[in-house]
Structure formats: C-alpha cells, structure tokens
Design a protein around this ligand. Structure first.
Ligand code: SF4
Ligand code: SF4
Length: 561
C-alpha cells in the first residue's frame, strides 16, 4: 500500500545502489551556448527528419530546421541562433558508433529567438490541435526512449484511456535529471500533466515516483496543493530496478499486465515521462519547441557532478567543461550503468534522449571479466522483469536463429540488463539481444524494400501492357477510319461512272437513226410522228431535269420510250 492506494509487484528486478546523491547536491545550472551545435536529423525512434534549411542560411533559436518525415518521426529545431555551416554526416551518440546526417550551426552568441506562439489556455484547443502542437514542437519521450510523444497522445479511438501515468520513477542508478526537475520545477510537470490528460481525456492521472526521492514527491504535492489540483495523485512506489520500465510501473500502480507484443493502450493506460510532461507544458503554453533538456553529469570522473540544462546539439566536451571538467581515468557512458552505452569520442553532440553522461571510474564500473560458457543456472530468468528466458534468447541470438529468438518474445525484452548483471558466467547477454533485434529489423527493412521493388516492377509491367493495348486500339481505330474513307471513295466513283454512262447514252440517242434514206411517204409520216413524240418527251423531260449536273437522278429507262 502507498497511502490508501494498493500497489502490485512485478516479477524479478534488482535492488541496486542508487548513487543519486552524487549529482543532486547542487541546483540545476544552465550551460552556456557552445560555439557550434551539431543537430542529428534522427534523435528519435522513427524516420530521420527532412532538412528545411540550406548551408549559409541564418537561423533563429527555436526555428524549425527539419520537419518530420512520415508519421513516426520528429521535428528538429535550432537550439540557438547562428548560421548553418554544414548539412553532412557526423558521428552521433549511438551504440553502433555510426555516423548520420546532421545540421551544423555556428552560433552567433545573440541567442535570438524566433517568433513564438504561446497558447496560455490549453482548454481552448481541441485534442487534435494539442497533439499537432506537441508534434510540431518535436517532443519525444525524454526518459530515454525517444518515441514521438504526440503518437502516444492519440489513442486513435481504439479504447478509452482510463489512466495517464507520469513516470517519475527514474530507477536507473546515477541518473537524477527527472528527480531534480520534479524538485525544482514541479509546476511545469503538473501543467504538462493537465495538458496531456486533457488531450487523452484520461479519467485518472498518477505520478509514480520511487520512494528514494522524497524531496521530489514533496515538491510535487506542494505544487498540486498550491495549484488547487485535486485530480492528479503523486504515488510513491518501492525502489526496485527497473520500476521505471513502462510495463513494470503500470503493473505496480494499476495491477494491469500489458500483453506480450501489446501496448499500454490495450489496458487503457498511457505512460509518459515527467520531463516529457514539462516539455509539453513549455511547447503549448509558452510556444517553445524542444531545444534543451536537463542532463545529469555524474560519476567519479566528473569534478562537479550536477544536473545542467543543455541545448540539444551541444558537444559533450564543451558540456563537460561547463560542468567543471573531468578528473582521473574514466569510462564515458551515455545513460546509466545498466542501460547506457559507451561513447569513445567526447566531440559527439548531446541529443534529445541524452539524460545522463556517466564518467565512471574503474572502481565504479570495472571492466567486464572474460565471458565463460553458460552453466544453465537459471539466475537470469529469476530476475527478468519481462518474465522471459534470457538464456534461450542468448542461445538463439548467438546461433542467429532469428525465428526462434522471436518465438521466445525477444521484442518484449526491455534491455534492462538485470540478466547480465546476475550472470555468473559474465555473458554480455544484452549485447546479443541488441544484435538480434538489429538484424531482425534490418531483415524486415530489406523484406519491405524487396516487396516495394516487386510492387514497382509489377506496376511497371502493368503500365507497359496497358500502353501496348492502348496503342493497338488506336491503330485499329485508325485503320477502320481509313477503310471507311475508302468505301466512300469507291461509292462516289461508281456513281460517277453510272452518271457518265447515262450521259453517253443520252448523247448517242441524239444521233440520227440509220437506214432513213429513200423512205416511202407512209414511212416518212411514221418517222415524223415518232420524232414529234420524242420532241414532246424531251420537252417534258427538260421540265423535270435537276438543276445540278451530275446529281444522282438519271432515269435511263426514259430514253427507250
Ligand atoms: S545466468 Fe548466465 S549462466 Fe546462468 S543460465 Fe543465464 S546465461 Fe546461463
Ligand atoms: S535484458 Fe531483457 S532478457 Fe535480460 S532481464 Fe532485462 S528484459 Fe529480461
């Protein structure tokens, strides 16, 4: 129980040393603007954003630099004013260590904002308008996932949302940026929670915080009181890694199990990080896009561990200097010791999901011992919060049996690292799972590309056939037209010939008859009578003759009479 609220337990998990106090001793500071910002076009789950600016262009702080490409993507904005000096491949912070397209800005030191459009009363906006504002502000899950937030604020009519959960658990050791935000800016979290709740029309709103952060919980409760907010509840949950996993926190707070391969929406819940909520408040009520975030700088390698508000795109070496510099030998991780990944270059930029830079000394993070064969002890399965069989996932990932590894629900693995942490054989289990996931995604992308190519080929063939058929139809129509013209001509020629024959006959008829010499008077009288009748007939014929010569009215029979 937490107060009057019943809490549940998730399977597995670990009790870990927090090391939080290392970085919570001083208030949040703001880093100065670096001389150069490097903004990767992909700082989120989904497709990279598409640049809208050109090299040489002057940009203002908050200006849209790249718009989302496709539905699952996020906008990128300038985090200070300056000039775009390159759009090119640069090394980016990613476990793969690969390069990716980035927009590079030389800052001008004026930090000049572009025009902003605040919406002080979010209740005047409908749900769609709110989601669009959040999308346009480039907000993604700031707890580390980087999934575009507006999508999670759109249940799409699938189901009514009963509970909005704000995740303030921050269960991974060393990281304290959410904790410090809740302590120092609780009103921003509450305002963001109100907007999200309105967008989702959620019945309840809970803010879940691990009980090792009493200051944060107290600050939020105070803010709720001061703001007269009675419908948002702060709930302290037991500190147990990984309570901050979305499915785990939902289980603890509501008792509901998100189904395998399902979404929290399937059980009527939506979960957002507390820092994401604060970013939503700034985007809607102040009109500010996501251009900065709080980064925890911690570990024995940091001279002054602290939390520092950092412009997105700030190079890590600049940021470390801002935070007091480094000391001794350390390994640099982005994220915490359980889910973070190693960085080998301090010139890399900070991105939207950079919640922590851990400068771990050898004592804090000893180099991994050599891996030994799996002894099938089952410890990994005992601690797995997703109730998977990590050793089976390991075997099949290692053997590249990607169908089988999916049969063991690889994609339910949250990469929490509990299994590797307890493995007596020191097997780098999570690395195998990440490798298998990447291979499966890549095969899926190739399959989709092949399907697309096949569809394009089929369409090209169909278009060719259609064009061929259309051409044949055109030829046929033309031939028929020619034939029809030919028939007309033949008909005209026949008529002409008939008319000429009739004319010739008429002319022959006017020639004097033969054998008319030396006629008897009787014969002459008969001839005269005949000639007289002919003359009459011709006179009558002349009355009926058409005006147009050659018209089709010849009556050959009349000449014979
Ligand atoms: S904990 Fe390690 S050794 Fe034990 S079963 Fe799992 S993978 Fe094998
Ligand atoms: S990393 Fe994956 S398999 Fe290992 S304990 Fe966490 S969820 Fe389970």
């Amino acid at each position: 129980m937490s107060g009057n609220r019943t809490l549940w337990r998730f399977h597995g998990g670990l009790h870990l040393e927090g090391h939080k106090a290392l970085s919570t001793g001083q208030p949040i500071r703001t880093a100065a603007t670096p001389p150069q910002l490097v903004l990767p076009l992909q700082q989120h789950i989904g497709l990279p954003a598409k640049p809208l600016v050109a090299v040489g262009e002057r940009v203002l702080k908050g200006q849209l630099l790249a718009h989302p490409e496709g539905h699952v993507s996020a906008a990128i904005h300038a985090s200070s004013s300056g000039t775009v000096v390159a759009i090119e491949e640069r090394a980016v912070p990613h476990p793969s260590g690969l390069t990716a397209p980035c927009i590079v800005i030389d800052t001008d030191g004026t930090d000049e904002w572009c025009a902003l459009t605040p919406h002080p009363d979010y209740k005047l906006l409908d749900h769609g308008e709110l989601r669009n504002l959040i999308r346009d502000a480039g907000i993604v899950g700031l707890g580390g996932a980087g999934f575009p937030s507006f999508i999670k604020l759109n249940p799409g009519g699938r189901t009514a949302i009963e509970t909005l959960i704000l995740n303030g658990a921050e269960c991974e050791p060393y990281i304290s940026c959410d904790d410090m935000l809740m302590r120092e800016r609780p009103q921003e979290v509450v305002k963001g929670a109100r907007i999200m709740r309105h967008a989702l029309q959620a019945r309840y709103c809970l803010i879940g915080i691990e009980d090792n952060k009493p200051e944060a919980a107290a600050a939020l409760r105070r803010a709720l009181d001061e703001m007269g907010e009675r419908e948002i509840e702060v709930v302290l949950v037991p500190t147990r890694y990984p309570t901050g996993g979305e499915r785990q926190l939902i289980k603890v707070l509501t008792g509901k199990e998100v189904p395998s391969q399902g979404l929290p929406l399937d059980v009527g819940v939506v979960c957002h990080n507390v820092t994401t909520a604060a970013a939503v408040h700034r985007a809607v009520e102040r009109g500010e896009p996501l251009i900065s975030r709080i980064v925890t700088i911690t570990g024995q390698g940091a001279r002054q561990p602290q939390n520092i508000e950092t412009r997105i795109g700030t190079p890590i070496d600049w940021l470390l200097e801002q935070a007091g510099g480094t000391q001794g030998r350390y390994r640099l991780l982005m994220g915490g010791p359980m889910m973070g990944f190693a960085l080998h270059d301090t010139r890399l930029p900070t991105i939207k999901t950079s919640n922590c830079l851990l400068l771990a000394s050898e004592a804090e993070l000893p180099p991994p011992a050599p891996a030994m064969p799996c002894i099938r002890c089952g410890e990994c399965a005992r601690v797995c919060p997703a109730q998977l069989l990590p050793q089976q996932l390991y075997w099949h990932s290692r053997a590249k049996e990607f169908d089988k590894v999916q049969d063991y629900s690889l994609f339910d693995c949250i990469e929490c690292g509990c299994c590797a942490y307890v493995c007596p054989s020191r097997l780098p289990l999570v690395q195998f799972y990440r490798y298998a996931k990447t291979e499966i995604w890549s095969q899926e992308r190739e399959r989709q590309a092949a399907d697309l190519a096949r569809e394009r080929h089929a369409f090209r063939e169909f278009r060719k056939e259609r064009e061929k058929a259309e051409k044949a139809a055109r030829h046929k129509a033309k031939a028929q037209a020619v034939q029809q013209d030919g028939n007309e001509e033949t008909k005209k020629a026949a008529i002409q010939a008939a008319m000429e024959r009739a004319k010739a006959k008429r002319e022959n008829a006017e020639v004097a008859p033969k054998n008319t010499d030396n006629l008897t008077p009787e014969q002459q009288r008969k001839v005269d009578e005949i000639e007289a009748r002919r003359a009459d007939t011709r006179a009558a014929e002349g009355d009926r003759q058409p005006a147009v010569e050659g018209a089709n009215h010849a009556r050959p029979g009349t000449e014979d009479t």
